[in-house]
Design a protein around this ligand. Structure first.
Ligand SMILES: *[C@@H]1O[C@H](CO)[C@@H](O)[C@H](O)[C@H]1NC(C)=O
Length: 206
C-alpha cells in the first residue's frame, strides 16, 4: 500500500470544511433529533402530556410521529445541502465508490421502509411510551437481518449518500449518526424492556 492509514485519514479530514455553517447545522440536527424524541417520549410516559394535549394516546403518538418525521426530512435536506458545498476527495470518488454509495443507500432505505411497514406508525414512533404496545415481538424481515433496522438503515443511508457524492464531510456526519443511535439505543432499550415487563406483570395479575 502506498499510503498509510494515518495519511488516508489525514487526507479525508483535510477535505472537510468544519467551519461551514451548514455543516455545523447538519451536525446539530443529527444530534438534536434522537435527543429530542427521547426526551419528549420520556415526558409523555411520565406525564401523558401529549395524550392530554391531543385528546388520546393514538392522536398524541401520531402528532409525535409527524413531528419526528418532519424533523428527519429537515435534517436530511440540511445534510444534502451541507454536502453540496463540501469538497470531494479523490480517495472516495470514482465509479466503484459511487456504486457502493448507491447500494448502501438502497439497502438502508429498504431496512427503514420495511421496518416501518412491519411496525406501523405507533410501533415505529415510540407508541410504547404512550401505552400503545405491540401484541408480540415483530419477527421476519427486516428484523431477521438487523437488530435495529430503523437505525442501521438510517446510518447506511447517510453513509451511502456520502460515498455517492465522494464527500468526506458526509463520512463525519455518518459516524456521528452511528454514534448518536448507539447512545439512543443504550437509553431506549432498557426503558422499552421495562415497559413491556410491566405489561406482562400486569397481565399475570389479571
Ligand atoms: C428473513 O425473512 C425473510 C422472510 O420474511 C426470508 O425471505 C429471508 O430469507 C430471511 N433472511 C434470513 C437471513 O433469515
Amino acid at each position: 500500500m502506498k499510503e498509510s492509514v494515518q495519511e488516508i485519514i489525514q487526507q479525508l479530514v483535510h477535505s472537510v470544511d468544519f467551519q461551514s455553517s451548514k455543516f455545523q447545522l447538519a451536525i446539530i440536527c443529527t444530534m438534536f433529533n434522537p435527543i429530542f424524541w427521547n426526551i419528549v417520549a420520556r415526558i409523555e410516559y411520565h406525564t401523558h402530556s401529549l395524550t392530554k394535549m391531543c385528546g388520546g394516546a393514538k392522536k398524541g403518538c401520531y402528532m409525535l410521529a409527524a413531528t419526528i418525521f418532519s424533523l428527519g426530512i429537515i435534517r436530511d435536506m440540511i445534510y444534502e445541502s451541507a454536502l453540496r458545498e463540501q469538497s470531494t476527495c479523490s480517495l472516495i470518488t470514482g465509479g466503484n465508490w459511487t456504486k457502493l454509495g448507491v447500494a448502501l443507500f438502497v439497502v438502508g432505505q429498504v431496512l427503514v421502509l420495511s421496518s416501518m411497514y412491519k411496525l406501523g406508525i405507533t410501533g415505529t414512533y415510540l407508541g410504547d411510551y404512550f401505552g400503545i404496545l405491540m401484541d408480540e415481538r415483530v419477527t421476519g424481515f427486516p428484523f431477521n437481518v438487523s437488530d435495529n433496522p430503523m437505525y442501521q438503515g438510517s446510518t447506511l443511508s447517510f453513509l451511502g449518500m456520502a460515498l455517492y457524492k465522494g464527500k468526506p464531510a458526509g463520512l463525519v456526519v455518518s459516524a456521528l449518526v452511528y454514534f448518536m443511535y448507539k447512545i439512543a439505543l443504550r437509553w431506549e432499550e432498557p426503558f422499552t424492556a421495562m415497559i413491556y415487563a410491566n405489561r406482562d406483570k400486569a397481565k399475570k395479575n389479571v
